[in-house]
Unconditional design. Structure first.
Length: 212
């Protein structure tokens, strides 16, 4: 069983993907980390982010089995990743690796921006997880403050809107729901409610598949 989860930054798709992977005993891949891993490698080696040959080399070297979320979640790495992710050859290499991950005998849960549309268009279940920009900004602010940091709500909101515009407007694999994706708006949901809603969608899909 392959579960594809897409959606904008901060909608909760990563947490939801991890919960579903745990529940169904499936391996999980946050595909956003693969782009962050390329960016991190470029930063560590002092290579220019816009240097395509070096970015392609880094993409080929990335090992999907060793993605350190703690290191790759740094804000600077995320900003760098957004510049790396627009390089077509980097996307091509990473998509091939992501598809290989999804092709495991057990199946997998993958989350990102183009899973249902590009990486796994034949996934058994496709979810498009979204929430309003304001809700996502409040969640991000709460997360930063819970970790002892300080941030400005207006700045976070502006950053989220810029990222949304960049993700939906790019020419290669723009962020959009797959035609057959189930829309899950988590604006008024906590993670437990979102998980139960997603689980119901997956269970219905599995039951439907078993009848055919």
């Amino acid at each position: 069983m392959i579960i594809a989860i897409d959606g904008p930054a901060g909608a909760g798709k990563g947490t939801l993907a991890r919960r579903l992977a745990d529940y169904y005993h499936l391996p999980h891949l946050d595909t956003g980390l693969t782009y962050r891993a390329v960016a991190h490698m470029l930063l560590m080696k002092g290579w220019p982010l816009g240097d395509e040959p070096h970015a392609v080399e880094a993409a080929r070297l990335v090992d999907l089995g060793h993605l350190d979320r703690a290191v790759l979640s740094a804000h600077a790495v995320g900003e760098a990743a957004s510049k790396v992710a627009v390089i077509p050859e980097v996307r091509k290499i990473l998509v091939e690796k992501q598809r290989a991950f999804a092709a495991q005998p057990s199946g997998a849960v993958l989350d990102g921006r183009d899973i249902g549309t590009v990486v796994c268009p034949d996934a058994d279940v496709k979810l498009y997880v979204t929430a309003s920009a304001e809700v996502r900004a409040r969640r991000r602010l709460a997360e930063i403050e819970a970790n002892g940091g300080a941030a400005d709500f207006a700045g976070i909101l502006a950053d989220i809107r810029r990222r949304d515009e960049r993700d939906t407007g790019r020419a290669d694999s723009p962020l959009k729901p797959a035609a057959d994706a189930h829309l899950l708006d988590t604006s008024e949901m906590d993670i437990e409610a979102a998980f139960l809603a997603a689980k119901a969608i997956v269970d219905d899909a599995v039951a439907g598949g078993n009848k055919t």
